[in-house]
Design a protein around this ligand. Structure first.
Ligand code: ASP
Length: 313
């Protein structure tokens, strides 16, 4: 079996490092965490880690998870403030605590205990994007009429020429070593202007991330509330468990989202890898890509995701 790495396209800054770790005999988990850490440190990516876009109050809150396909071990953090290494902290949760998910102040406390570096995650660039949708001069009133504000913000984003990229995003990595051992990881700053304390799908095992060596792995980006309600990552792996191909599993899970009643429904993207090492990716939006690198390739390939049209009305 060949080493392989599958990732969302914004994982391009980490994919070579992940591959190198696998090549030199490292674990698929170390490959995933190292790759995610590089994306979290990338100041040009406003959807993950340092320089992520903040919540409605201008505070950056990170979500992340890691999962290991042997023994179904997992760790995750939600609404983490003040530390960029959300994926590494997820690994520490998995390795050192009898828990899966730590959130908010507890997550920051644990990051400090683990010796991670405290930093201000909000950059000037991200602050400027955040402020462009803020209307209240009084910071204490920012959360008044939150739902209405969110509707206005979402509607204005669709026509905002300055926001060429959607103001949300996430990075996904799935790595498999020569023995077929799989690990998967997800990291994000979540939806910009979200309600403080909102946790998306990325740290929820089964929603944004799921990995089982016997069948395969899947991870998500997109509107997390949809993956949370449909258990999208777990569904994909379960479809493979019951004999569906990775292609059909991805397609079926995305089509299932059409059953959701969600006025904020928007795109969902998934990447998956079956136990035999076959990657596949899909999106409810057209023109999306993912990246892939396996032993023997000199550089990663950017591949088209299947566009799975879903009627959200
Ligand atoms: N899934 C992320 C979340 O809901 C955001 C994204 O991928 O766009 O937090």
């Amino acid at each position: 079996m060949k080493n392989k790495v599958v990732a969302s396209s914004n994982g391009s800054v980490g994919i070579a490092a992940a591959h190198e770790i696998l090549h030199s005999g490292g674990t698929s988990l170390d490959a995933v965490v190292t790759a995610l850490s590089l994306v979290e440190a990338n100041p040009d990516d406003h959807s993950v880690g340092y320089s992520g876009l903040p919540n409605m109050l201008g505070e950056v809150e990170l979500d992340a998870s890691v999962m290991v396909g042997i023994g179904l071990r997992a760790g995750s953090v939600g609404a983490l403030r003040g530390y960029q290494d959300a994926a590494l902290l997820s690994k520490h949760v998995m390795d050192s605590l009898p828990h899966v998910l730590i959130v908010g102040e507890g997550a920051s406390r644990f990051a400090s205990e683990c010796g991670l570096d405290f930093c201000d995650l909000l950059t000037e660039e991200a602050r400027t994007v955040w402020q462009s949708k803020m209307s209240s001069a009084d910071p204490d009133r920012e959360l008044d009429g939150f739902l209405e504000r969110m509707r206005e913000i979402v509607a204005s984003i669709a026509t905002d020429p300055q926001l060429v990229e959607p103001p949300h995003g996430t990075v996904n990595f799935i790595c498999q070593d020569r023995e077929g051992r799989i690990a998967s990881g997800v990291s994000t700053s979540g939806w910009a202007w979200k309600y403080p304390g909102r946790v998306g799908d990325s740290p929820i095992i089964g929603a944004g991330n799921y990995c089982d060596d016997r069948y395969g792995a899947a991870t998500c980006t997109g509107r997390g509330e949809m993956a949370q309600r449909a258990c999208t990552a777990h569904s994909i792996v379960m479809f493979m468990r019951f004999g569906e191909s990775v292609e059909t599993s991805v397609r079926t899970a995305l089509r299932d989202l059409g059953a959701l009643d969600d006025p904020f429904a928007s795109e969902m993207n998934v990447i998956a890898l079956d136990a035999a090492g076959k990657p596949y990716a899909g999106s409810t939006a057209s023109g999306k890509t993912y990246i892939y690198l396996e032993e023997g390739m000199s550089e990663f390939a950017e591949m088209d995701r299947e566009h799975v049209a879903v009627d959200f009305d």
